[in-house]
Ligand binder design. Structure first.
Ligand SMILES: Nc1ncnc2c1ncn2[C@@H]1O[C@H](COP(=O)(O)OP(=O)(O)O)[C@@H](O)[C@H]1O
Ligand SMILES: [Mg+2]
Length: 342
């Protein structure tokens, strides 16, 4: 695509990230014989035509069951994965314009907090070295300042006194503290965007709220923007400003968090919300998820890919893929029958 044709040319300044018609299809491993006979290849359609934007300073959530394509979208947004089709704009720059070195430099501005802090920290590196790693990569010329900056950020995430933690190793601290180290490591390069991929899923229930509070506080203090990925609508409610509900690599519904939770218009969102545990069990029973497993993204169902599990499905649903339609202000839904819930 020519540079002038990129949608990033017309990106809205208020959007730190814009994603346009993003697709990621992974080829399915086939046997030697199939390859020799050059039979048609199958693809896992992990991300299948997804568009959204993330406003500067907001928390945009992507929620969906396991396998719906959340992690793949996150990796595409920060340029760790190249799209099969479609465009990612970061601050008005099309990621496909950049060569590897330019992309590496841009990564300073987009950092990641992964799910499992134990797996993302090097067990043989001290916490201080882990946290300051990004400084060594992006600011090698300022090495004399690294230690002070590292201590400063450790204090910000609640690892105090920092001297106590600096020379410790990951196995010597608690799980909650490890996730704080991961957060500090992400913040050290002074990023704009944080991709948080199920950041509290492995943490003890007792520290989840603390970690979310910390993330919110840091966001305000450091002017951050978050892409918050989760399978859990209860924690999404706690932190997100806007949310997109993913189903098998496509967005079923997207809009302001309060709007979506108050007026869910897609049967899938309704089912997800009904399955969220409620604080007072006498008040409302949580519903089980709809019957059936998530179908295989190699051959997604025809038409609306939710139709085999959908309680209101009709003939058209197996034939025509519904487009996202704006049903209420800023609230888009991909369902042929969303009107009936208005
Ligand atoms: N590198 C890959 N190669 C092949 N298939 C992949 C790869 N990464 C992800 N997938 C497949 O893409 C789909 C979406 O995966 P993922 O993005 O990890 O979903 P989620 O994070 O929502 O659980 C899954 O079916 C997964 O098996
Ligand atoms: Mg994932």
């Amino acid at each position: 695509m020519k540079k002038e044709q990129s949608p990033c040319i017309q990106a809205d300044w208020d959007n730190l990230v814009e994603v346009h018609n993003l697709k990621k299809w992974f080829p399915v491993q086939t046997g030697f014989l199939d390859t020799m006979l050059s039979r048609s290849r199958d693809f896992v359609r992990a991300v299948d035509d997804v568009s959204f934007y993330i406003r500067r300073g907001e928390v945009f959530g992507l929620a969906g069951e396991s396998g719906s394509g959340k992690t793949t979208i996150g990796r595409l947004v920060i340029g760790l994965e190249k799209p099969t089709e479609g465009t990612v704009c970061f601050d008005g720059t099309d990621l496909s314009w950049l060569d590897n070195e330019e992309l590496r430099r841009l990564r300073r501005r987009m950092q990641v907090i992964f799910q499992d802090p134990m797996a993302s920290l090097n067990p043989r590196m001290t916490l201080g070295d882990s946290v300051s790693h990004g400084l060594k990569i992006h600011y090698p010329e300022k090495s004399s300042a690294h230690r002070d900056l590292t201590m400063e950020i450790m204090v910000k995430v609640g690892l105090t006194p920092p001297e106590f933690f600096y020379n410790k190793y990951p196995h010597q601290i608690s799980g909650g503290q490890r996730q704080r180290v991961v957060i500090a490591r992400a913040l050290i390069t002074n990023p704009d965007l944080i991709l948080a991929d199920e950041p509290i899923a492995m943490a003890d229930v007792s520290v989840r709220a603390l970690l979310l509070d910390l993330m919110v506080q840091l966001k305000d203090e450091l002017n951050l923007t978050y892409l918050y990925i989760t399978h859990d609508l209860a924690t999404a409610k706690y932190i997100c400003d806007r949310i997109g509900i993913l189903y098998l690599g496509r967005i079923a519904e997207v809009g302001d968090l309060r709007e979506i939770y108050a007026y869910p218009l897609h049967p899938y969102t309704q089912a997800l919300l009904a399955a969220v545990p409620v604080p007072n069990p006498k008040e409302r029973r949580t519903q089980p998820m709809p019957e059936g497993e998530i179908p295989n993204p190699i051959n997604p169902p025809s038409g609306c890919r939710f139709h085999p599990r959908c309680p209101i499905s009709q003939e058209i649903c197996s034939q025509e893929e519904p487009e996202l339609r704006e049903m209420r202000p800023g609230h888009h839904v991909a369902c042929h029958f969303a009107e009936q819930f208005l």
